[in-house]
Each structure stands twice: as C-alpha cells, then as structure tokens.
Design a protein around this ligand. Structure first.
Ligand code: NAP
Ligand code: ZN
Ligand code: ZN
Length: 363
C-alpha cells in the first residue's frame, strides 16, 4: 500500500519546518493534523523554544530519529477550538504543550500522574500517536493535543519567555522536588549553564536553596552571580576550585549535553548526596565506583515531568516571577540558531517567534 503523504494524512492543513535527514538542516514542510476530537484542544502556535533535545533529534544523535522530523516541544499559543468534552481551557486561553502528548493512562505511573514514566508514553514529535500516524512538533503554525497534555498559562506568564519552562523548567523542577532538594538550606550544584541550567538556578533559589554553578565557561561567571542569582561559580576544568568545594553539596543537577567526567562531581557531593543526570549525552559516561561507596552517594536520572506537576511548575513560576532568559529569533534563523546552540553560543534559550515569522516562509 502506498504511503499517504504527510499533507494528506489528516483533514487540517499544517505548515512547519522539518529536517529531512541527519544533516539536521531544517526547511519548510507541508503536513496535516487531525480534526479536533472530543477531548482535544487546538491552538495557534505563537512561540516555540529550541531545546538541545531538538538539536540531538534532528541530527539523529540518539539513533532513533525518523524523517521528516518537525522538532519543538516547548510550544505555546492561543486556543482556537476545543472538543465537546474539554473543560480545562476555552477558546482564547493561552496554553502550551511540552515533551509528550500521550500515554496509556492505566499503568501505575499514569495513575500516579507520572505519564512521563509510562512505558507507552508518546513524545510530542518523532513518535507514533494512538491512531498510528507520526507526530510533528512545535516548529509549526497549528497544534492539536488531548487536553490532559495541555498546560494552561497564567495571565502574568509571558508566552515567549515562558515557553522554555514547558521542557527546561519542568526537567529541573521535578528532580529538585523529588530528590528533596527544594528546601531552604540545601546546597545544590547545577552543572552546565545553558537552557536547563539557568532555570535550575532560578527554581532552586526560589525554593530557598544555596546554588553553585559548575561550568566550563568562565565567561558566564558574572552573569550567573549577578544576574541569575547563583551564590557561587566553579570552573569545572579547574582542579583547585573543585578541590576547595569537595563534600559540600546535597545534590547536583547535571544538564550537560555532551560526554564529560562525573568523577569531580561525585567528589563535590556530601555523603548520601545525589547526582541527578538530566542532560542526555549521545554516548555512555564513565562511572567511578570508589567515590560512590565511600559516601553512600547516588547517581540518578530524571526525565521532564508529569502533567500535574508541569502545571504546578508553571503556576509556581508565575507566582515567583520565574521565566527563561531568551533570544527571540525569526523562523528563517533556525538553522543558524542550531549552529550557535551546538557551539554553546546562546544566553540562555532561543525562542522562535512562530506567530509573526513562520507564515512568511511559506514557499
Ligand atoms: P544547552 O542550552 O546546550 O546547555 C547545555 C550546557 O552544557 C551548555 O550551556 C554548557 O554549559 C554545557 N556543556 C556543553 N558542552 C559541554 C561539554 N562538552 N562539556 C561540559 N559541559 C558542556 O542544552 P539544554 O537545552 O539545556 O539541554 C541540556 C541537555 O539536557 C541536553 O542533552 C538535552 O537533550 C537534555 N534534556 C533532557 C531532558 C530530560 O527530560 N532529562 C529534558 C530536556 C533536555 P557551560 O558553558 O556552563 O559549561
Ligand atoms: Zn527539551
Ligand atoms: Zn501509562
């Protein structure tokens, strides 16, 4: 049977930018989205953050990408249509979608509001939906999702600077809470000052913790301390600085996107401390055992968060004035933005102005 072209698969026309192969080069792409089902919310996409996972995905660095691939899992916009059974939001509301759009809703994780750990969880893009069709992400003009996966944006949360919270925000908020680090008096290390790292500082400070940034970029020090609110800054490649801070941290959130040594990080932890990996390098890291057993330390992982907690995180951020520091870019800048992200040249998140600049790129 011949494959149905993406623009004819569903009744609603959609337009976005897709990568066609692992060069990762993004270009205009016509496709389609399903009709608004009873439990669905449709919205016009206005902004979409660029997560490093988008870059890993378009270049197939993790080895499971399918093309054409429309990235984007930090998308926000305005509701244009709701299904008959939807009661969470109404037309005109500001909403967003993060990393996932589906799960089984009957397993233990789903019942505990942890759809993100459901074995059948469906990612926002590069994933197959319940109806068997391919999912396309937020670098596009329109989106439809089941209301369970819709996040309601509070009035005072800006759409552009708030969009990165849908992935970067929840990915650091959730482990801070889960591992008992969201408390006054805790000393938290944040490794990698990028999209995830800079919002990790803001949430950790809002929880009353002390925050130390562990970075490869000495040039980010002043900003981390004076603007982002960190209490101290360590250059990870400087053994003297690391040595001076040994055994001082209750927990560390590691957001690094590339292979890097974790031995120094384990040394920074106090006994019983936890190193939480949230960055996803494309190759395995070396795990030294001695520093683990000598202080009963733990290495853990954490993947974004469930929908209940994602809404809680957005509401918490709105209450505490937490947003991402962003550089808003037009759609046709996206390939340059990806090159700059790969070179660690962004402070601290690119956000695409979909609403004002995507339509003009239609061929
Ligand atoms: P990002 O903005 O590129 O930030 C990553 C930071 O890591 C950089 O700013 C840099 O900080 C540091 N870094 C980069 N290359 C390094 C190297 N070779 N050695 C040491 N440090 C290096 O990326 P992001 O969007 O925050 O995403 C970070 C990672 O988290 C990615 O792998 C992404 O796929 C993953 N992620 C995971 C989840 C999850 O659910 N677990 C969710 C979202 C993203 P310094 O300049 O300060 O060193
Ligand atoms: Zn992400
Ligand atoms: Zn499930």
């Amino acid at each position: 049977m011949a494959k149905v072209p993406p623009e004819e698969e569903h009744p609603v026309k959609a337009f976005g930018w897709a990568a066609r192969d692992q060069s990762g080069h993004l270009a205009p792409f016509n496709f389609s989205r399903r009709e608004t089902g009873d439990e669905d919310v449709r919205f016009k996409v206005l902004y979409c953050g660029i997560c490093h996972s988008d870059l890993h995905s378009i270049k197939n660095e993790w080895g499971f990408s399918f093309y054409p691939l429309v990235p984007g899992h930090e998308l926000v916009g305005e509701v244009t249509e709701v299904g008959s059974k939807v009661n969470k939001v109404k037309v005109g509301d500001k909403v967003g979608v993060g990393c996932m759009v589906g799960a089984c809703h009957s397993c233990e994780s789903c019942k505990n509001d942890l759809e993100n750990y459901c074995p059948k969880m469906i990612f926002t893009y590069n994933s197959i939906y319940h109806d068997g069709t391919f999912n396309y992400g937020g670098y596009s003009d329109t989106m439809v999702a089941n209301e369970r996966y819709i996040v309601h944006f509070p009035e005072n949360m800006p759409l552009d600077a708030g969009s990165p919270l849908l992935c970067a925000g929840i990915t650091v908020y959730s482990p801070l809470k889960h591992f008992g680090l969201a408390q006054p008096g805790k000393h938290i290390g944040v490794v990698g000052l990028g999209g995830l790292g800079h919002v990790a500082i803001k949430f950790a400070k809002a929880f009353g913790a002390k925050v130390t940034v562990i970075s490869t970029s000495p040039s980010k020090k002043d900003e981390a301390l004076e603007h982002l609110g960190a209490d101290s800054f360590l250059v990870s490649r400087d053994p003297d600085q690391i040595q001076a801070a040994m055994n001082t941290m209750d927990g560390i959130i590691d957001t690094v996107s590339a292979v890097h040594p974790i031995l120094p990080l384990l040394g920074l932890l106090k006994s019983y401390g936890t190193l939480v990996m949230v960055g996803v390098p494309d190759k395995p890291l070396e795990l030294p055992v001695f520093p683990l057993i000598s202080g009963r330390k733990m290495v853990a992982g954490s993947g974004f968060g469930g929908m209940k907690e994602t809404q809680e995180m957005i509401d918490f951020a709105a209450k505490h004035g937490i947003t991402a520091d962003i550089e808003v870019v037009p759609m046709d800048y996206v390939n340059t933005a990806m090159e700059r992200l790969a070179k660690n040249d962004v402070r601290y998140r690119f956000v695409i102005d979909i609403g004002n600049t995507l339509a003009a790129t239609k061929p």
